[in-house]
Design a binder for this molecule. Structure first.
Ligand SMILES: N[C@@H](CCC(=O)N[C@@H](CS)C(=O)NCC(=O)O)C(=O)O
Length: 231
C-alpha cells in the first residue's frame, strides 16, 4: 500500500538526485521525506520499488497515489505543484524561453549525463582503470556545446537562472571533478560554474555529494587497476 507521505528516494552521490534536492531546497520543500537508496547494491530493484519506478534509477519520487522517475521530470513536477509566482523565472511562461529551457533539460539528460555515465557504469562494474581518450573527448564535446549556449546568455537558457541550470550543475560539477573545465578553453562555462558554486543551495545540497562521488570514482578506478594487475 502506498504511504501518504511524499518520499524522495535518493543518494547524495547521485547527480540527478542532487538536482532534485537543490530544487527542493530552493522551493523550501522540507516536508518531503528523503530516503537513501544505494544503487550499487541494487536497492531499487525490489518488487515494490520496481512497481513504483520501472526505470529502476535514482532519484524517484513517491507521492501517494503517484510516482515518478527521472530528475528532470521530478523537478518540473515539484515546480508545477509547489512553485509560487516568485519562482516563475525558473520555468518562464514565454514559449520560446520555455522551449529553450526544455531543450537544455533534454541536453543534460540525453547528452551530458550520458557522458558522465560513460565513466560511472564501467567504473562501478570493475572495468575502468582510468578515463580513456574517447571518454574525455565526449566530455570535452559536451563542454563545447555548453560553452556555445553560454555565449548566448549568462545562464544556460536565459540571463537568469532556470531549472535547466539546477539540473545541469549536478552533472557538470561531477564532470568538473573528473576532468576539470579548462577556463582558457571554456571561459563562459568556467564562469557559469563559479556563479553556480557560489549559490547557497548548491553549496548545501550539491557540494559534498559531488566531492564524495568524484572521490569514490577515482578510488574505484584505482582499485580496478590493482585487481587487473593481479590477473
Ligand atoms: N535520467 C535519469 C538518470 C538517473 C540515473 O541513471 N541514476 C543513476 C544513479 S546516478 C542510477 O540510478 N543508476 C542505476 C541504473 O542505471 O541501473 C535522471 O535524471 O534521473
Amino acid at each position: 500500500m502506498r504511504g501518504e507521505k511524499t518520499v524522495l528516494y535518493k543518494n547524495d552521490q547521485s547527480p540527478p538526485a542532487r538536482s532534485v534536492k537543490m530544487l527542493m531546497s530552493l522551493l523550501g520543500l522540507n516536508f518531503i521525506e528523503q530516503r537513501d537508496i544505494n544503487p550499487l547494491f541494487r536497492e531499487q530493484d525490489t518488487p515494490e520499488m520496481r512497481k513504483k519506478n520501472p526505470m529502476r534509477t535514482i532519484p524517484f519520487i513517491d507521492d501517494g497515489d503517484f510516482s515518478l522517475g527521472d530528475s528532470h521530470a521530478i523537478c518540473l513536477y515539484l515546480l508545477e505543484k509547489y512553485g509560487k509566482p516568485e519562482h516563475e523565472y525558473l520555468y518562464p511562461k514565454d514559449i520560446k524561453k520555455r522551449a529553450t529551457v526544455n531543450q537544455r533539460l533534454f541536453f543534460d539528460c540525453g547528452v551530458v549525463f550520458q557522458r558522465l555515465r560513460a565513466v560511472m557504469a564501467p567504473t562501478y562494474m570493475g572495468q575502468m582503470t582510468e578515463m580513456p581518450k574517447e571518454v574525455i573527448g565526449g566530455i570535452r564535446n559536451a563542454y563545447g556545446t555548453l560553452e556555445a549556449y553560454l555565449s548566448e546568455s549568462v545562464y544556460l537558457a536565459d540571463d537568469v537562472m532556470t531549472i535547466a541550470d539546477i539540473c545541469t550543475i549536478s552533472t557538470v560539477s561531477s564532470l568538473d571533478g573528473l576532468h576539470p573545465v579548462d577556463g582558457k578553453r571554456y571561459p563562459k562555462l568556467r564562469q557559469w560554474l563559479t556563479n553556480m558554486y557560489a549559490k547557497d543551495f548548491v553549496k548545501e545540497e550539491n557540494q559534498q555529494g559531488c566531492e564524495d562521488h568524484v572521490t569514490y570514482l577515482f578510488a574505484a578506478m584505482e582499485l580496478n587497476k590493482q585487481q587487473k594487475s593481479k590477473l
